[in-house]
Design a protein around this ligand. Structure first.
Ligand SMILES: [Mg+2]
Length: 200
């Protein structure tokens, strides 16, 4: 509930400017908005550098599947992804899938990757993320969430006390409910870039 209210206020504030400030202090608003800001924004998982992970004491990654590791409609992990996962693990980075997808989808996808995995995680609930950290025997402080959605992955990862890495969605052909969330996401990203002084 609180999630939905803050969500609506943030969207209105970004879209319609300062009138929201009449009943919400700027500090509180920025605090709310910060819950949706990723710590790092990259094009693809291939751009996550080991330097960034080391500098932030990250020894484990929680991975979303759909549109983060592969396109939503892709059933299996490809060679490029498998070698990325191997490279990460060789460098001491543990990996765990946390997905809202079914057991069947996650198991088939993970067949070649063979990493820890949690299905039906009910993101943005923090529970699945915390379970993932536990599977890797790490505290949330040493884990980063990697996902393509602000309102499920980033918001949930932050709630679990993790660093968050947002990737650009791989495939624009998405499910209806995911597409609905892309517009408000765009607004949040716009304000994120504005704050960091970058272009959209
Ligand atoms: Mg996703």
């Amino acid at each position: 509930m609180i999630y939905s209210i803050s969500f609506v206020i943030i969207i209105f504030k970004i879209k319609y400017g300062n009138w929201v400030t009449h009943f919400l202090s700027e500090r509180k608003y920025l605090y709310m908005l910060s819950k949706f800001y990723p710590d790092l924004l990259v094009d693809t998982i291939m751009d996550i550098s080991l330097d960034f992970l080391r500098a932030n004491n990250i020894s484990g990654l929680i991975l979303d599947i759909d549109n983060t590791l592969v396109a939503t409609h892709t059933k299996e992990a490809d060679e490029k992804l498998i070698s990325w996962a191997n490279r990460m693990q060789k460098n001491g980075i543990k990996l765990c899938i946390v997905s809202n997808a079914s057991l069947k989808r996650v198991t088939l996808f993970n067949e070649k990757l063979k990493i820890d995995a949690i299905h039906r995680a009910y993101k943005p609930s923090a529970k699945g993320f915390l379970k993932g950290a536990e599977k890797m025997s790490l505290t949330p402080l040493n884990v980063a969430m990697v996902g393509d959605q602000i309102f499920t992955d980033v918001y949930g990862g932050k709630k679990a006390g993790m660093k968050t890495i947002l990737v650009k969605p791989i495939d624009p052909r998405e499910f209806f409910f995911v597409r609905l969330k892309r517009y408000p996401e765009k607004l949040i990203l716009k304000s994120f870039y504005k704050k960091r002084g970058k272009k959209v």
